[in-house]
Design a protein around this ligand. Structure first.
Ligand SMILES: C[S@@+](CC[C@H](N)C(=O)[O-])C[C@H]1O[C@@H](n2cnc3c(N)ncnc32)[C@H](O)[C@@H]1O
Length: 280
């Protein structure tokens, strides 16, 4: 065996088990620091949590977010947590509170948890961790699902709303009283080409829309009666898309449902229907 292939075998013997170990050991997404009660209340209230919701708390600690969601807001929920003791304690509390039929706590790595059934995901994790979760949230959650993050924003995502308050309890956690709750809505997937039919008042023929999307941010341009017009003020909140065309007054609003958009365009005090279908 040549020196080069000997080295290759040696490296494989050392590195392979390390790679497997790295995969099996859950990434530490943050220490156990429970959200203060008023932050929990604000997270659930600002996300409009209700009886139709299935909430998953990623890194559920003592389970207070999921338990409050069930007890006060009537939701069902799941908490995933890596510390056995906290999982045990959360399930015991849920039993005592009479909500064990609606909430469940499991020992699980939050990065490997299937979140596809959640209508609301909550997190109070380290800033780098919430950002590691962006792709997972976009890939697994349905459009319209809400993501609520305590104190740390998702880089590049536009929140539907933010709520700020000062809590004395936070001084011992983060050194300051400032507390921010970020609420995001998972966007529909709109990137691609669309063929839109517009009111005659606005265009002689169909409009071509070329949309690009990164997270909640939509950019693109329209081809309208031979002119290329960049999109302006584009906003996508769940399935609700709105935009203007540069240099034109019309304001487009539309609901995205799979391969179709239907809505109204506001122009000179009138609200007229428009619709689009995917063309690529
Ligand atoms: C800051 S605490 C938040 C607890 C709770 N969500 C709250 O807001 O009150 C973060 C929790 O995430 C847990 N955690 C850290 N890494 C995790 C992982 N990879 N999978 C599951 N839980 C994890 C920690 O043990 C800790 O209890």
């Amino acid at each position: 065996m040549s020196r080069q292939s000997q080295l290759g075998v040696l490296l494989a013997a050392v590195l392979l088990p390390l790679a497997v170990l790295a995969q099996d050991k859950p990434v530490d997404a943050g220490p156990y620091v429970p959200s203060p009660d008023s932050a929990v209340a604000a997270m659930l209230r600002e996300a409009n949590v209700g009886p139709d919701d299935y909430l998953i708390d990623l890194g559920s600690g003592d389970g207070k977010i999921v338990r409050t969601a069930a007890l006060v807001f009537g939701a069902r929920g799941l908490g995933v947590e890596i510390q056995d003791k906290l999982v045990e304690q959360s399930n015991e509390m849920a039993k005592k509170e009479g909500i064990a039929d609606r909430v469940r706590f499991v020992k699980q790595d939050l990065f490997k948890t299937d979140i596809s059934q959640a209508t609301v995901v909550t997190m109070y994790l380290l800033p780098q961790t919430v950002n590691l979760l962006r792709e997972k949230l976009l890939a697994e959650l349905r459009p319209g699902s809400r993501v609520v993050s305590h104190d740390y924003s998702l880089a590049g995502w536009t929140p539907q709303k933010t709520f700020e308050m000062d809590l004395e309890e936070k001084v011992s956690i983060s050194g300051i009283t400032r507390t921010v709750i970020y609420v995001y809505v998972i966007p529909a997937k709109v990137a691609g080409n669309w063929r839109a039919v517009l009111p005659a008042l606005l265009a002689a023929g169909p409009m071509r829309l070329d949309l690009r999307q990164e997270g909640t941010t939509v950019t693109g341009e329209a081809l309208l009666d031979g002119s290329k017009l960049p999109l302006a003020d584009a906003r996508l909140v769940g399935n609700e898309l709105s935009f203007r065309l540069a240099g034109r007054e019309a304001l487009f609003r539309g609901k995205v449902t799979g391969a179709a958009i239907e809505g109204t365009v506001e122009l000179r005090g009138k609200s007229l229907p428009w619709a689009a279908n995917r063309s690529g």
